[in-house]
Design a protein around this ligand. Structure first.
Ligand code: HEC
Ligand code: HEC
Length: 328
């Protein structure tokens, strides 16, 4: 038995560490093994305001008048010449334009709910299609939280009618709510089902644990890159293009375009691999122009539209299980 001072200090530290760990487990046990359900949401402008500036992370891209400093998305308040109307009144105006154009009733609530349920459906002029899918990971708002945020935005200069938001939504809004509710129901997603969705939609281009196509990067161990990265890579592939997988546009002397990845580059000729896996060889002397298009990935950006929200959550949980293999 050693009793050198160093050994005793070490033993003491181990005991302290053990006590902390035990307290940690005990507390988790007390509260039911983690946070199962979130606190009740108040479907009101105040409840929505709390989510807007908190869990919803809207403030990371939007400001409300002089409140906040984010400019990636439109300001939701009245602000300078660019934003003469706050969001509630702006939604009413946009909805009216839309109703006039399409001849079918479309309300301010429909407009705001649509911007969250299908952010790509109507992209505000001057902005990119960068609005977050706020009911999918990592933000994962549930339907009640979305309704609260809608109440908050509508209360900014609009006619706040809680009936229309909560009790008696229009047919259009109901459809969007159903989409959001399905996402919430999927919870953390089912990795078993996600594997099938992956095989159907992704494996032709990506290798995983030795199987699959080679158009895109190898996804073995992809969970190391984190949930936020993976979800963005699927929803908006062009936003952060993987290095070495840039999209090339080669134009030959007759003006014909070939778009894809540059998979071979030699003195005399290059290979462009198209999204469908076809390889096109082009002689250097035949190339009029070759450039990188950083606005478009070879990975389709509408994959999430082909999948249901549940498919999407299932696939995320499947990919989050793809842990890096230990080095041998
Ligand atoms: C990653 C950045 C980002 C986050 C996070 C984000 N948004 Fe957006 N949002 C945008 C961008 C960019 C646009 C403009 C493009 C578009 O219309 O899709 C937009 C548009 C909107 C619009 C339409 C605005 C208008 O003037 O018509 C609404 C409403 C909206 N967002 C609400 C929200 C809410 C509510 C949240 C939080 C729950 C949120 N956004 C989170 C980026 C974001
Ligand atoms: C047509 C081929 C193609 C299909 C189908 C495809 N991808 Fe991709 N993927 C690519 C290419 C090319 C890249 C690299 C360019 C980029 O980052 O957008 C990429 C990049 C990625 C990345 C980032 C990898 C990294 O390490 O940076 C992820 C994650 C990803 N894809 C997941 C998926 C998932 C999940 C699916 C199915 C839902 C899918 N891909 C379907 C071609 C494809």
């Amino acid at each position: 038995m050693t009793s050198s001072p160093v050994a005793r200090i070490f033993l003491f530290l181990l005991i302290v560490l053990g006590v902390y760990l035990w307290i940690g487990y005990a507390i988790t046990d007390l509260t039911g093994g983690g946070r199962k359900s979130s606190a009740a949401v108040d479907i009101s402008p105040e409840g929505g305001e709390a989510i807007y500036w908190g869990k919803g992370r809207c403030f990371t891209c939007h400001s409300v008048g002089g409140q906040g400093s984010a400019v990636r998305g439109p300001n939701h308040g009245q602000f300078g010449e660019k934003f003469p109307l706050p969001m509630g009144a702006r939604a009413a105006e946009r909805a009216k334009e839309r109703s006039d154009k399409e001849g079918a009733a479309f309300s301010a609530v429909d407009y705001i709910v649509e911007s969250m349920a299908s952010p790509g459906a109507y992209v505000v002029k001057g902005y990119k299609n960068e609005m977050a899918v706020v009911y999918a990971p990592p933000i994962s708002l549930n339907l009640l939280e979305i309704k609260a945020v809608v109440a908050y935005l509508l209360s900014l200069g609009g006619d706040l009618d809680m009936e229309v938001i909560d009790a008696k939504p229009s047919e259009i809004t109901q459809k969007f709510y159903a989409k959001i509710a399905a996402a919430a129901e999927a919870g953390g997603g089912d990795p078993g089902l996600g594997a099938t969705v992956y095989d159907d939609n992704c494996s032709e281009c990506h290798t995983l644990n030795g199987d699959g196509g080679e158009v895109g990067p190898n996804l073995t161990g992809i969970s190391a890159k984190g949930l936020k990265f993976i979800s963005e890579a699927i929803l908006q592939p062009a936003k952060s293009m993987t290095k070495g997988f840039e999209t090339y546009v080669a134009i030959n002397k007759e003006g014909r375009q070939t778009v894809g990845l540059k998979t071979r580059d030699e003195a005399g000729e290059i290979d462009i691999t198209k999204a469908n896996g076809d390889v096109v060889t082009i002689a250097r002397t035949d190339i009029k122009e070759i450039k990188i298009d950083d606005t478009k990935s070879v990975m389709p950006d509408d994959l999430s539209e082909a999948m249901t929200v549940k498919d999407y959550q299932d696939i995320l949980s499947f990919l989050m299980l793809q842990k890096p293999k230990p080095k041998q």
